[in-house]
Ligand binder design. Structure first.
Ligand code: NAD
Ligand code: TYD
Length: 343
């Protein structure tokens, strides 16, 4: 299969490409399209860039001409769309950027795929489109969409556009909705890499609210396996939830304490700060559908995966130190400055 993977200079996309290349000969050709925003980094693909089956193109998913050129030149069979603005806190500061890439960008890419007869379009989405859970229950694929942030609202809009292409034109699409990922190469604006890298510098860990918000964590390699399963065997027009087990559901405070314990750093680094606006309380998905139809289940336990991930950041200081400069520092000072001063 010849695939176009968008946004693969980011966290999940780069791990997916690495995983795919490690599964000997699953893909004949992998073309990566990424505009290299602040979150995109060619260093994330450094060890695979020379692969004879990989081609990197710097470009925007909103640029139909570029997308159509790639589809024709590389005879693309399937598109996996990872490209997105992905951080909830940034979506509070600049919602329009999220509409531009996540909504408009997805539609441009989808239209090009359909017009150029790409056989399948897989939209990588998130369980955040369902909104927030109380203390019990899980999101099903049929749970109504109820997003809380401009990030999740823009992802929900993209999902609906993709699913509408199936209803209107019978175009072959699938949508995956995954819980929170963790692993190597995650941009240190996100919770786990932010806390690990701050702790390594003995800096405060800014814990929002009461620290009891719950996330269901999934190792990025488990997500990659799920995406491949849906791409190759999912039913057209269908949504598949992807997520961790009950044991992988954790309140943020516990995750922070686990990180500090792996690093041998004091709990006093945890600093409670003003809560995120519209902070979803709990996420968890029921992944029975992908399990029963496609045989997928998570393989990496959170305990093992977190230890391995924390050690990756310990061993790759150069990677995150170069990322935590320039634009990142400006965002950090704007977003956390007052919060931490008041914390
Ligand atoms: P990321 O921010 O690390 O990477 C996004 C990538 O997209 C970057 O390389 C960026 O340069 C690229 N990009 C952004 N705008 C672009 C544009 N207009 N054209 C081309 N490239 C563009 O994000 P991530 O965490 O790797 O997430 C990837 C996808 O998975 C997203 O669609 C996200 O919504 C979804 N997702 C993420 C999680 C998670 O926990 N991180 C969970 C479920 C779903
Ligand atoms: P995040 O990694 O931003 O993912 P999402 O909001 O998409 O789930 O955040 C994960 C959890 O960690 C979420 O409940 C918010 C919380 N959090 C903090 O407490 N402090 C922080 O500095 C960040 C970035 C997140």
């Amino acid at each position: 299969m010849r695939i176009l993977v968008t946004g693969a200079a980011g966290f999940i996309g780069s791990n997916f490409v690495r995983w795919l290349l490690s599964q000997d000969k699953l893909a004949e050709q992998i073309t990566v399209l990424d505009s290299l925003t602040y979150a995109g980094n060619l260093a994330n693909l450094e060890d695979v860039l020379e692969s004879p089956v990989l081609r990197f193109v710097r470009g925007d998913i909103r640029d139909a001409e570029t997308v159509e050129g790639i589809i024709t030149d590389d005879r693309i069979d399937a598109i996996i769309n990872f490209a997105a603005e992905s951080h909830v806190d940034r979506s509070i500061l600049d919602p329009l950027a999220f509409v531009r890439t996540n909504v408009e960008g997805t539609q441009v890419l989808l239209r090009a795929a359909q017009e150029k007869n790409v056989k399948r379009f897989l939209q990588v989405s998130t369980d955040e489109v369902y909104g927030s859970l109380g203390e019990t229950g899980k999101f099903l694929e049929t749970t109504p969409l109820d997003p809380s942030s401009a990030y999740s609202a823009s992802k929900a809009s993209a999902d609906l556009l993709v699913l509408a292409a199936f209803k209107t034109h019978g175009y072959d699409v699938c949508v995956t909705r995954c819980t929170n990922n963790y692993g190597p190469f995650q941009f240190p604006e996100k919770f786990i890499p932010l806390f690990v890298t701050n702790a390594l510098h003995d800096q405060a860990l800014p814990m929002y609210g009461d620290g009891k918000n719950v996330r269901s964590w999934l190792h990025v390699d488990d997500h990659s396996r799920a995406i491949w399963a849906v791409l190759t065997n999912g039913k057209a027009g269908e949504v598949y939830n992807v997520g961790g087990t009950d044991a992988d559901e954790k309140p943020n405070i516990e995750v922070a304490e686990q990180i500090l314990s792996v690093l041998g750093k004091p709990k006093s680094l945890i600093t409670f700060v003003e809560d995120r606006k519209g902070h979803d309380r709990r996420y968890a998905v029921d992944f029975t559908k992908i399990n029963s139809e496609l045989g997928w289940a998570p393989q990496v336990s959170f305990e093992d995966g977190l230890r391995e991930t924390v050690n990756w950041y310990v061993e790759n200081t150069e990677w995150w130190q170069s990322v935590k400069s320039g634009d990142y520092q400006r965002f950090y000072d704007t977003y956390y400055g007052k919060r931490l001063a008041a914390g």
